[in-house]
Design a protein around this ligand. Structure first.
Ligand code: ATR
Length: 508
């Protein structure tokens, strides 16, 4: 089981130690990022391991390797020497590890490390992405038996992440190693460090106000509470959510993992930010993923990859759930059910006969809303940036439609009992703004925003200020997730239904 290593990126050692106190009982070791320290603090490195009171790594990462250190090679060498010099015969007072870049070969430093029981982590950071000769890079890096090789590769897409897992699939050499894929696409390598044979997983002290040295790093509380890092092993069933980079803000991992945990199921669910469905599916097969949710922008793009589709997927033309059956992927849609049950709760009605509604957007979420509103008997119009998509969706149900033109405002005035916003505009981590900024709310409209993160989007704020009744998509998220949970696990979601305890790391 990989150890959790807390990366300390304070500007003073005192700040680092304070951050460590917040996480002491959650982590196994710490990495002192000397490249984040104020230069005057570098004189006091030596005392750090004893003060930390747990195994410590000394790292002085240069800017060229993705760190902050820019005081030159001479000062870097002296910094290592200060950290290791006059080491104590009591090894607990020494750094347990020193992280040295692949091209740093100073015999005196390496000798000092060996003499005082400090293990060398020999690291290579591929910041531009996956090198074509990755196998050779790894062979060279891992060629010194007394050192621990560390490979950190920036993933420029899901194919890179798949290659990292492929490289270590067959073992790729025994012994201790550290492997991570940096950047948002590499997120899953942090949660699944064990599958890469990595001896540790890096976590950031985000909750203590320190900067994450690499994007995608999790807080130890998230690793332990959401991703059950100390329980999870290779026999567990894997599930996840396929989406664009913004999917790392999704609440679905908290919802599904809370459900699995409450039922005592050995299952784990994690976000897979992706650029491409095919590469994700290759990785999913490699990892043995049993089912996954699908969100923006893949609800339609996933269709050609499904061997079978439920009647609802066929009717809606979008899929938000895929389940593995033998070697095939079977597609389902729980969005329509989720939207239908939550919009009725919001409006306090069972049927929508006589109600007139506008759907803003014509993507996968809009298609589920159109299907549900049609089934509920509403009269509907569709407005969307790309006119051809608006027309195609509207014509399938005999709805009116418009591009985002002046005509749209006129049309919406006739369909404004309910406005359902389904575009990705306003989504956390995505494009900011209000997709219908040209529409003036009268105050009598009910606005259903399918986005739930952030909890209030700009269009919601504007509608609320005009006196409209508004809701975000949290209720829909819970309802569709509950149905999805049953498809994944064959069990009902635990009593009380989904709710989202905010991760400790994010509590103020
Ligand atoms: P999903 O499957 O989750 O619905 P999608 O199929 O990518 O995601 O659909 C995204 C929706 O947001 C589409 O209606 C898209 O409009 P286009 O059909 O014109 O692409 C809409 N959208 C995305 N960015 C937008 C923007 N900047 N302004 C207006 N609409 C936008």
């Amino acid at each position: 089981m990989p150890k959790i290593c807390l990366c300390l990126t304070g500007s003073t050692i005192a700040q680092d130690l304070e951050a460590l106190e917040r996480y002491r009982d959650k982590v196994d070791m710490v990495e002192l990022r000397a490249d984040y320290l104020d230069p005057s603090e570098l004189f006091h490195l030596r005392a750090f391991p004893e003060k930390a009171g747990m195994p410590s790594i000394l790292t002085v990462r240069r800017k060229t390797d993705g760190g902050k250190f820019d005081l030159g090679e001479g000062v870097r060498l002296v910094t290592f020497a200060r950290g290791l010099a006059f080491a104590d015969s009591d090894r607990r007072k020494n750094f347990s590890y020193v992280d040295i870049e692949h091209d740093f070969h100073i015999p005196s430093i390496q000798e000092a490390a060996r003499t005082f029981g400090t293990k060398i982590i020999r690291s290579k950071h591929c910041l531009d992405g996956m090198p074509a000769d990755i196998d050779k890079v790894w062979r060279e890096l891992s060629s010194r038996p007394s050192e621990i090789p560390k490979l950190a590769v920036r993933a420029n897409g899901m194919a890179d992440v798949d290659s990292v897992f492929r490289l270590f699939e067959g073992g790729a050499g025994r012994g201790e190693r550290v492997v991570v894929s940096m950047g948002e696409y590499g997120f899953c390598t942090r949660v699944l460090a064990d599958r890469l044979g990595s001896m540790l997983v890096y976590a950031s002290a985000i909750g203590a106000g320190l900067e994450a040295p690499a994007p995608g790093q999790l807080d130890p509380s998230q690793l332990l509470e959401t991703y059950r890092a100390k329980e999870f092993d290779r026999d567990w069933s894997l599930y996840g959510i396929l989406g664009g980079p913004a999917v790392i803000h999704s609440l679905s991992p908290i919802i599904h993992n809370s459900g699995f945990s409450a039922l005592g199921l050995r299952s784990l669910y994690l976000p897979f930010p992706s650029d491409d469905v095919g590469s994700f599916l290759s990785l999913a097969d490699r990892l043995g993923v049993r089912g996954f949710s699908i969100t923006v922008p893949f609800k339609e793009r996933v269709l050609p990859f499904l061997s079978r589709r439920s009647a609802e997927v066929e009717a809606i033309g979008a899929c938000n759930t895929a389940i593995k059956d033998g070697s095939e992927w079977v597609g389902y849609n729980t969005d329509a059910y989720g939207f239908s049950s939550d919009v009725r709760r919001f409006l306090g009605v069972d049927s929508m006969k006589g109600l007139r509604a506008t759907i803003v957007g014509a993507g996968g979420a809009a298609k589920a809303a159109a299907y549900a509103l049609n089934s509920l008997g509403a009269k509907v119009c569709v407005v969307n940036r790309s006119m051809s998509k608006a027309r195609r969706l509207a014509e399938a149900y005999g709805f009116e439609w418009s591009g985002m033109t002046e005509r749209a405002a006129d049309l919406m005035e006739r369909y404004n009992d309910l406005i359902v916003q389904t575009t990705s505009v306003g989504l956390e981590g995505g494009q900011d703004g209000d997709p219908i900024e040209w529409y003036e709310f009268s105050g009598r409209e009910a606005l259903y925003e399918a986005i739930y993160s952030p909890p209030e989007t700009p269009v919601m704020r504007r509608a609320r200020r005009a006196g409209c009744r508004v809701t975000n998509g949290l209720g829909m998220l819970y309802a569709q997730a509950e149905a999805q949970f049953s498809l994944f696990s064959g069990r009902d979601y635990p009593k009380g239904g989904p709710s989202c305890p905010i991760p400790t790391a994010l509590r103020s």
